[in-house]
Design a protein around this ligand. Structure first.
Ligand SMILES: CCCCC/C=C\C/C=C\C/C=C\C/C=C\C/C=C\CCC(=O)O
Ligand SMILES: [Fe+2]
Length: 665
């Protein structure tokens, strides 16, 4: 018995309130009581009321709530319920029941209090029963489907409309996304019209459709894209810093034609000096090229060799555009000393190939589709009271919707890949399949990946430096939360939901990825922390590193052509006509620029890393861990700002303030 003050907090997004009435129950260890209230929750409001309860409820464990609709069903977004208990001779006690979900229909929803997972064994099985019922419902809502064979599984949803309401964009996000699409489509149409009567026979003609005003760096790209150091820089710190690796030997595919022995001597000298690097696009070899509006596009599978200069510049040394084969046992090598247009076209072929592997492997597969697997497995295996659910859920916001939109608009039949990209038309799916077969756990963990690629401690590798710093900061955050909930390794080993989550990701979502180093169980807190750190890093920092740069590096189309309309050159006499006949046409270029802007632009409702408002945890312990996380991020922010001040090209993509807390675009 005692007096209770109850606070009902409603979300702040549009339509979060409801005209339906809401009924509440308090559920204690010894009894439960219906509060007899009928409140109509209002958007952005916290509504308090007090009740005297005659029964002895015992320690509160749940709040139950139900929305009652007479005629119209009006979904309500409940943030949380907070209860203060005033009991005789005891000071006031605050108990929080997090929700952060849509309340639809008229079913009863059960909210456990925030520390429930810690006391689940002393609750006469009440929490266990709640968890089982919750997961049974979630497994119905969030199903797996194999969208295309050979790539990670996705959420079962034919379009975003089929997703559960809790996985959907909130109104502000939806309005912005749709508006941006309309702006983009209108731009494409206007630019088509504008260029109908104009020339398209010089590289400067791309100016007619260029959106330089949206990014200072994009304007710099337009001015400097032909320079070799600017070209090399992009493999370290551009929109795709994931392919560059330090050479441990001359690649076997690099067949040196007779008469170019001095090149071989230069390469070997750089190798000995430990400053030879390579980017190998062999993954593209044999991929079927797209046919766009009846015009066959073309693909290459380049090898690029580069040398790291003492001043940190990375300069291209040689480009081989095709793998040696029966029809071309000694493919021509293109050199910086070749005629300028020949060398420029060879570099353009490298950047077109980089565009394919960046968008399909580094961006779509290794961030978006990985995050989707984490999201579906989390919803299917971890109850809302589980500490790893609470830790991860802010980093999974909107991902299922943006990925579903990608499957219906971007990589679908007739999608933007089919309309404007030379791996479109089905080749893009083969690239995804090939990339999936070499998607290792190590490649998603920067300390391992960058060590394997020989990029640790390289002074001009700013992505590498910032990625390792962020990994360490996120790792400390994850360890802080894990150590509050798992007091020894045995608690990890004996957590059935956690072990099921791990298996669901590796064996189901990633299709038996244990062969690629992914775990099928966690035997220790360290193993758990490493994996959860990888999840959060992938959903935040890594996506930022490969997404934001689309606006800066892809809107000047010649710097990263989305398609190539002529075969790769096999001789050194290249003309401007050949270059312009190879580069994307006006329509394809407009699509590239529009979508690159759509995806790379700053998201107006973005939540910066570590600054989500939802409070799934409560109490001083988790709050102190989160505070430390935010402080570490702010320290890194200041470090990066200071470092960038001395750089001609600042590296901004891993500045914490620019990293979104989840994958939403
Ligand atoms: C033609 C240039 C394509 C450039 C982008 C290619 C791949 C991007 C990789 C991952 C993107 C992931 C999610 C994007 C989801 C939806 C965006 C698709 C279309 C937006 C415009 C629209 O909805 O019509
Ligand atoms: Fe993205």
């Amino acid at each position: 018995m005692g007096r209770y003050r109850v606070r009902v907090a409603t979300g702040n997004s549009a339509f979060s309130g409801s005209n339906n009435q809401v009924q509440l129950w308090l559920v204690g260890l010894r009894a439960e009581v219906e509060l007899g209230l009928r409140l109509r929750p209002a958007r952005g409001q916290m509504e308090d009321f007090e009740v005297d309860v005659s029964e002895d409820l015992g320690p509160l464990q749940f709040v139950k709530l139900r929305k009652i609709h007479l005629l119209i069903k009006d979904a309500w977004f409940c943030n949380h319920i907070t209860v203060w208990v005033f009991e005789q001779s005891m000071e006031e006690k605050e108990i929080v029941f997090p929700c952060y979900r849509w309340v639809e229909g008229d079913g009863i929803i059960c909210l456990p209090e925030t520390t429930a997972w810690m006391i689940r064994n002393e609750s006469q099985g009440l929490f266990q029963k709640h968890q089982e019922e919750e997961l049974k419902a979630r497994r119905t809502l969030y199903g797996w489907v194999s969208w295309k064979k050979g790539i990670p599984l996705s959420v079962a949803a034919a379009s975003e409309k089929d997703l559960p309401l809790d996985a959907r964009f909130h109104e502000e996000k939806k309005v912005d996304f749709e508006r941006t699409r309309v702006v983009g489509v209108t731009e494409i149409a206007l630019k088509r019209l504008y260029t109908l009567l104009s020339s398209w026979n010089s590289l400067e003609d791309f100016d007619q459709i260029f959106w330089g005003g949206k990014s200072a760096l994009a304007k710099r790209v337009r001015l400097s894209w032909k320079d070799d150091d600017f070209f090399g820089y992009q493999f370290l710190n551009g929109v795709n810093p994931t392919l560059l690796r330090k050479s441990s030997s001359l690649p076997t595919r690099l067949v040196i034609p007779p008469g170019t022995e001095d090149l071989k001597a230069q390469l070997e000298r750089k190798l000995q000096e430990g400053c030879l690097f390579e980017v190998d696009f062999s993954l593209l070899a044999g991929i079927q090229a797209n046919v766009i509006q009846g015009e066959r596009q073309h693909l290459a599978a380049p090898l690029l060799m580069l040398k790291m200069e003492p001043d940190g510049k990375l300069l291209p040394m040689v480009i081989q555009l095709q793998l040696p084969g029966s029809d071309s046992p000694v493919p021509p090598l293109f050199l910086p000393s070749d005629p300028s247009l020949t060398w420029l076209l060879a570099k353009a072929w490298v950047k077109n190939s980089d565009f394919q592997l960046h968008e399909l492997q580094a961006h779509l597969l290794k961030t978006h589709l990985m995050a989707e697997v984490f999201a579906v497995a989390t919803m299917r295996c971890l109850p809302g009271m589980h500490p790893i659910f609470k830790l991860l859920i802010p980093h999974l916001r909107y991902t299922l919707e943006i990925n579903t939109r990608a499957r219906t608009k971007l990589i679908s039949n007739g999608g933007f890949f089919d309309q404007a990209v030379n791996t479109g038309g089905g080749g893009h799916l083969d690239v995804l399949r090939r990339a999936t077969t070499c998607l290792t756990y190590r490649s998603l963990c920067p300390p391992d990946d960058l060590a394997d690629r020989g990029l640790l401690g390289v002074p001009s590798a700013f992505y590498a430096h910032d990625a390792v710093r962020l990994w360490d900061i996120i790792s400390r955050y994850v360890q802080g939360i894990v150590q509050l909930h798992y007091l020894e390794d045995e608690v990890v080993r004996s957590d059935p939901e956690l072990q099921a989550w791990c298996r669901e990701i590796t064996e189901i979502g990633l299709c038996k990825a244990q062969e690629r180093g992914f775990p099928v169980s966690f035997q220790s807190r360290d193993e758990l922390c490493h994996f959860v750190t990888m999840c959060i890093f992938t959903c935040t920092a890594q996506h930022s590193a490969v997404n934001q740069g689309q606006l800066d590096w892809y809107t000047w189309v010649p710097n990263a052509p989305c398609t190539m309309r002529q075969p790769p050159p096999t001789t050194k006499d290249v003309t401007l006509e050949m270059v312009m006949a190879t580069m994307p046409n006006v329509h394809q270029a407009c699509i590239q620029m529009t979508i690159s802007w759509h995806l790379g632009r700053f998201q107006p409702d973005m939540v910066p890393l570590g600054h989500h408002k939802e409070q799934y945890f409560s109490g001083p312990g988790p709050q102190a861990v989160l505070n430390r996380f935010q402080e570490d991020l702010y320290t890194l922010e200041r470090e990066i700002v200071a470092r960038n001040e001395s750089l001609d090209l600042p590296y901004e993509y891993l500045k914490p303030s620019r990293i979104e807390n989840s994958i939403t675009i």
